[in-house]
Design a protein around this ligand. Sequence first.
Ligand SMILES: NC(=O)c1ccc[n+]([C@@H]2O[C@H](COP(=O)([O-])OP(=O)(O)OC[C@H]3O[C@@H](n4cnc5c(N)ncnc54)[C@H](OP(=O)(O)O)[C@@H]3O)[C@@H](O)[C@H]2O)c1
Length: 280
Amino acid sequence: MDPAGRGSGGHGEQTLAGRRLLVVGASSGIGEAFSRAAARRGARLLLGARRADRLEALAGELGALTRVADVRREADCGALVEAARTGLGGLDALLYATGITPLLPLARTGAAGWQEVIETNTVGACLVARAALDVLEPGGLVAFLSSDSVGRPRHGLVPYSASKAALDEAILGFRREHPGHRFMRITVGPTIGTEIASSYDSELAAELFGAWLAEGFMTERMMDVAELGELLADVVATVLAHPGISVSDLTVQPPGGRLSAANRSADDFVQGLPPNRGGS
Ligand SMILES: NC(=O)c1ccc[n+]([C@@H]2O[C@H](COP(=O)([O-])OP(=O)(O)OC[C@H]3O[C@@H](n4cnc5c(N)ncnc54)[C@H](OP(=O)(O)O)[C@@H]3O)[C@@H](O)[C@H]2O)c1
């Protein structure tokens, strides 16, 4: 590897040869795309999520290890990291790509709705990161996927934004209390090819579409999940190749502007949603 970390993949790709990575939320979307890109760059991977069939199929392709885990269970969060310690011999980096975005208008959201989103997006992230503190190499990297909706909560998605705002604050706290490791917040904009909207009720989504346009939520373009996975693998490789530098914040967004009512209808939008898999 050269000093800038280039070397394995050609076309300017950064190498992850020999790096040990835990990807939580690897069974679909950005976590899956990142895992594919990281494996191609030579990483040794442990993949975690709830859907065993999806994890096994991906791990078979990539030559990775798996651990089925529900991050809403504290013991599962510790077991994920323990599996990385025993299976990979330690960790150089962890990507927390787990997340859910249920449509929850505030007037209809009770304790169970709040608990599910906060436990998945915030508490799970903190429990996995806590477990990893003793397993990560000194200077190891913990990267979390946050959202460009923080500070700009959208109709029907306020619990989601609140969970990511709390995650952002926790990341600041991890940096303060654990300066021996590096904690990166990756603020993600609209990305297509993931399953994040697969729990949406299409009637409610169509109802909220007008408000989302007015709020500037909808963008003309979306990032392609495979391309985003490639970029994130290059970023993680670059950061690991430069242990003396902490890259605290990264924002990834599609180029272009916001969508106006004139160029997309609610029907088009609902038809473009991923197939419903019965809630997260
Ligand atoms: N797509 C976007 O436009 C966008 C924009 C901003 C931020 N983000 C963030 O990016 C991250 C990834 O989202 P995505 O779009 O790639 O969605 P996705 O395709 O739905 O992926 C979410 C992942 O989280 C896992 N997961 C959900 N609940 C879990 C639980 N209780 N325990 C363990 N794993 C769980 C899912 O696996 P299982 O169901 O198998 O457990 C899946 O692997 C999320 O944090 C999301 O908030 C996405």
